[in-house]
Design a protein around this ligand. Structure first.
Ligand SMILES: Cc1cc2nc3c(=O)[nH]c(=O)nc-3n(C[C@H](O)[C@H](O)[C@H](O)COP(=O)(O)OP(=O)(O)OC[C@H]3O[C@@H](n4cnc5c(N)ncnc54)[C@H](O)[C@@H]3O)c2cc1C
Length: 400
């Protein structure tokens, strides 16, 4: 039985895109696991149909380029696209160029046109081919500005390469933007510099709220990119083509050896996890790094280097599964940059549910045992001893 403190179990909760939230007053919450109030409120909060940002004939283009991550744009890329859509006037078309396969809803993210280049993959290092593709796209659409997320996973580098090759004006680490200016911190963050919008805008994270009150046209454009000739067509890359780049590939290492700060997939245990060996078996099966709350570490269940939070590590995983963690503010501080948070907790009103994209109201021990069993069954069916699940499979399955 759970004897741990709950915030206020009588307060009602409902499910939203951000996870479970207690936003409806005067409604009695059902017992944990009861679907009735959840289903009713989900219907009430169904997304309203949004209007198109503009239907006028476009006279200008703003180009947004970003790498996809497993078929989707990450938060930073979405913010960048939203930034372009928010500052575009009614005669400006927002064209989204995605490096890699993209299965998301471009219109909902604010794009009027989508060009997908599935031949590129974040796992393959092809900076010159990408530069050629971007230059060719710029040559085709003549955008007034090119926006990219200023990240360390390909886009920041591509934007700088493009600006240098095309001799374009550029602003990097842009933390503030509107239709007339961009601004960045300079001189080791001691000063704030502003200027008019340059040719290339590299946006820092969280400069834009990505929730848009409108949608774009979202028209998918079939665009044949010929890597061999596009550089010449783009005209921005003659010197760059003389440089050769050798892709040494990505070395896979055991998730347990990975520094938590670098892990893309973390399973984390709190005070609600009692069967630590089963939890560790699950982490090994999923190929996930192990994290823990401070209480679990203080109890001696995990070493101090596993602690996540204000006085532990800050992590940026794509998938963070919190088993039996309440979500105290000090813990949440350590996972603020995680992309998908999945909580497994007996208490639907635990603060972690507010942060989680998906909350499973269930016993941690039973859930871990069920996942271990499912992995064993899958392993048996496929006749292999190798880890069978990976972070993207879990994330997609859980968040579908
Ligand atoms: C200065 C300071 C710094 C701190 N730094 C950190 C830090 O870096 N990191 C950190 O994590 N904490 C930190 N803390 C502690 C923090 O405030 C919390 O006490 C701690 O995070 C709680 O850990 P927990 O969620 O595992 O445990 P609890 O608060 O005990 O919560 C356990 C959760 O598990 C759920 N549960 C119980 N049984 C089950 C079950 N069988 N199945 C499923 N769910 C179950 C409960 O509903 C509850 O939500 C700090 C505190 C202070 C004051």
């Amino acid at each position: 039985m759970n004897t741990l403190k709950r915030i206020d179990p009588r307060r009602p909760f409902t499910i939203t895109a951000e996870g479970l939230k207690r936003i409806t007053l005067g409604m009695t919450a059902g017992a944990a696991g009861s679907l009735e109030p959840v289903a009713a409120s989900a219907a009430a909060h169904r997304e309203q149909v949004k209007a198109r940002r503009t239907t006028a004939a476009p006279q200008r283009v703003v180009l947004v380029a970003a790498h996809a991550d497993r078929g989707a744009l990450d938060d930073h890329a979405r913010q960048t696209l939203a930034g372009a859509a928010l500052i575009a006037d009614t005669l400006t078309e927002v064209v989204l160029l995605v490096f890699g396969e993209f299965t998301g809803d471009a219109a909902a993210l604010g794009a009027d046109k989508l060009i997908e280049l599935p031949m590129f993959d974040r796992r393959r290092f092809a900076p010159l081919d990408e530069l050629n593709a971007l230059a060719a796209c710029v040559a085709a659409y003549a955008p007034v500005h090119v926006f990219l997320p200023d990240n360390a996973t390909g886009d920041g580098d591509l934007g700088r390469r493009y600006a240098a090759a095309a001799n374009a004006s550029v602003a990097t680490h842009v933390v503030e933007i509107d239709a007339t200016h961009v601004a960045s911190y300079v001189h080791a963050n001691t000063a704030f510099a502003a200027r008019s919008l340059p040719d290339v805008v590299l946006l820092a994270p969280n400069a834009v709220e990505p929730k848009l009150p409108f949608v774009g046209a979202g028209e998918r454009v079939v665009w044949r990119f010929d890597g061999a000739s596009a550089g010449a067509g783009g005209g921005a890359n003659a010197d760059a083509r003389k440089i050769t780049v050798r892709d040494l590939g990505i070395e896979e290492i055991d998730a347990a050896q990975l520094a938590l700060e670098e892990a893309d997939f973390i399973v984390s245990a709190g005070n609600g996890v009692s069967d630590v060996p089963a939890f560790e078996r699950l982490a090994a099966t999923l190929g996930a790094a192990i994290g823990a709350s401070r209480v679990a570490v203080d109890d001696g269940k995990f070493t101090r280097d596993k602690q996540i939070g204000a006085t532990g590590k800050t992590v940026e995983a794509s998938v963070y599964i919190a088993f039996g963690i309440s979500g105290a503010v000090q813990h949440l501080q350590g996972i603020k940059d995680c992309r998908h948070v999945i909580a497994v907790n007996l208490d639907a009103s635990a603060p972690i549910a507010k942060r989680a994209n998906l909350t499973v109201i269930a016993d941690a021990r039973e859930t871990i045992a069920a996942l271990n069993e499912a992995a064993a069954a899958a392993r048996h069916a496929r006749g292999t001893g190798a880890a069978l699940l990976n972070s993207s499979a879990v994330a997609e399955g859980a968040l579908a």
